[in-house]
Write a protein that binds this ligand. Sequence first.
Ligand code: AMP
Ligand code: ZN
Length: 464
Amino acid sequence: MKIYNTLTRTKEEFVPIEPGKVRMYVCGPTVYNLIHIGNARPMIFFDSVRRYLEYKGYEVNYVSNFTDVDDKIIKAALAEGVDSSVISERYIEECKKDMAGMDVKPATTHPKATEEIDGMIDMISDLIEKDHAYEVNGTVYFRVRSFKEYGKLSGKNLDDLESGNRTLLVTGEDEKEDPMDFVLWKPKKEGEPYWESPWGQGRPGWHIECSVMSKKYLGEEIDIHGGGEDLIFPHHENEIAQSEACSGHVFAHYWMHNAFLNINNVKMSKSLGNFLLVRDISKQYDLSVLRFFMLSAHYRSPLNFSPELMEAAKNGLDRIHTAMKRMKDELGKGLAGAETADEKAAREAFAARFEAAMDDDFNTADAISVIFEMVKHANTLKPEETTAEGWEALRNTLLRLADILGIEEPKEELLDADIEALIEERQAARKAKNYARADEIRKELADKGILLEDTKEGVKWKRK
Ligand code: AMP
Ligand code: ZN
């Protein structure tokens, strides 16, 4: 399996630190608003990376943080007159709903920056001790010149950066030894959240958060570190400097960056105001369509959002769903006997081509083409000319491969009357103390996308 490594600018064979295991960290969102579909691109893509690694048999420890202390969160909190934790908690919950809608599996751990402050203070103290950081008037800076490899990820040269930065020095930062130095800890300002530290009350800088959370949940040396390409500099460059200056060895072996999701060929971002929320899209489409649209391009190519492409994604996904439904409906109707050699060979060839696409730096666009070809092949099959076993094996392969991309077999639509009948049966089962049956019904409904809520006024239900 090959991965394009931003650090070496080449596709490299993937060799995990520990055989059979992958330690992977992806920078998560700053939670001050609902996520936009640009933020959704890394979430969806890296979820498929994780699913593919799991398909290949790796045990994946996947960590993705929530940045829940930040100027933008504080600003939103001041505007609403609430504590900043109210804002961050609210948008973490909303983000999780959007992730579930897009079929993004929860990470192994979703650490929150505000719960990891002790680790940050420890790492900053360590950096000061090792002369890689210094404190001035309650602010701690990283001494960039002390880390000889600074710039290796972004390919930036320290002297070029220096001359560019000199003019950028703003008041209050002239206490820095060098204009390149960046903040690890900043003193509190009135009305802002703060923590006690050896350098007074204050809060951490953004970059140190990820170095610390990655170290705590994955160890000092990890396999894959990912995020959008806007994070290469300065965020990931600074993470490398902090982590490697502290540990004395390599931090992450493979650096992966997704290209931007654009709108009218301009990066979608909150600051430019040209964004569409995942929540907006969900009013018009099932979010599985958004996911399919995102994966229809290679992750290192910019992807331009347009209503036409979303419609095309919807039509493509419908085609796959229709085939999946037929594969299910016709199960068991084929010929008796074992799967034939030809059936097996055809099925395995699809899986091999799908894997070859994904092994080539996670080429989801090509992987989707293989799924379409499989669908085309399945559509030409007739149960009376296919073994029932071969039919089922092909269906299982299709479902297994599609699942890596987050494409699921369509759920059977239940009519309102059917749902209500099942709810009544569940109530009766509960009355008769047959809790096993009652739970079974709840699960059956949940599998079909129906959520039950027991309220004082009785059982309420809604479609997911
Ligand atoms: P932020 O909340 O801005 O820190 O971003 C969270 C994640 O979304 C980071 O990995 C960003 O690189 C990524 N991201 C933000 N905007 C876009 C975009 N328009 N296209 C692709 N990725 C993005
Ligand atoms: Zn980060």
